[in-house]
Design a protein around this ligand. Structure first.
Ligand SMILES: [Fe+2]
Ligand SMILES: [Fe+2]
Length: 166
């Protein structure tokens, strides 16, 4: 299995797109099913955001200072997703705003993922060696073990609280 950081993150993005499609294809009245899909979306996003925030972004920021502005914009986009995830996590699928909030989350994350894949990853691939990307990837595989899986877990919650009170 490849430990290339970009390959790993792209795999996560693929899984997100699959979950987004599931939600979009679910019937309007499939409340319970949509609730379960959103639970999966929140878990996938919580883990992925953690790996990028704790490893990929700081590593790239340090190794490729020219990409700093992109990294800072990404932190802000993650923050928006974190807030939406935390709100959705506290909601019931029957809530009248549940579907609308999920749709906005999907739109935001889709935009962010497209920017990463079309613009940011190519720059990172160009700037870093294969070995550097494999080392970052190996660290992310390790980090995944202890990554928070829901917004209620301490590290994810702290992140959201810090973002709101900053
Ligand atoms: Fe990201
Ligand atoms: Fe990403």
């Amino acid at each position: 299995m490849s430990t290339d950081a970009i390959v790993l993150l792209k795999n996560d993005h693929k899984e997100m797109r699959r979950l987004f499609k599931q939600f979009q294809n679910a019937a309007e009245d499939a409340t319970e099913r949509k609730g379960a899909i959103v639970k999966d979306i929140i878990e996938a996003l919580t883990v992925h955001t953690y790996l990028e925030n704790e490893c990929m972004y700081p590593e790239v920021r340090q190794l490729l200072p020219d990409l700093e502005d992109d990294v800072l914009e990404s932190y802000e986009e993650h923050h928006v997703a974190d807030v939406l995830c935390a709100e959705l996590y506290a909601m019931k699928p029957e809530d009248e705003r549940f579907d609308a909030k999920t749709t906005v989350l999907i739109e935001n994350v889709t935009h962010h993922v497209e920017e990463e894949e079309q613009d940011w990853f190519p720059k990172v691939r160009e700037g870093l060696s294969r070995k550097q990307l494999q080392e970052i990837g190996a660290r992310m595989i390790e980090l995944r073990e202890k990554a928070p899986r829901s917004p209620a877990q301490p590290s994810a919650l702290k992140k959201a609280v810090d973002a709101i009170t900053d």
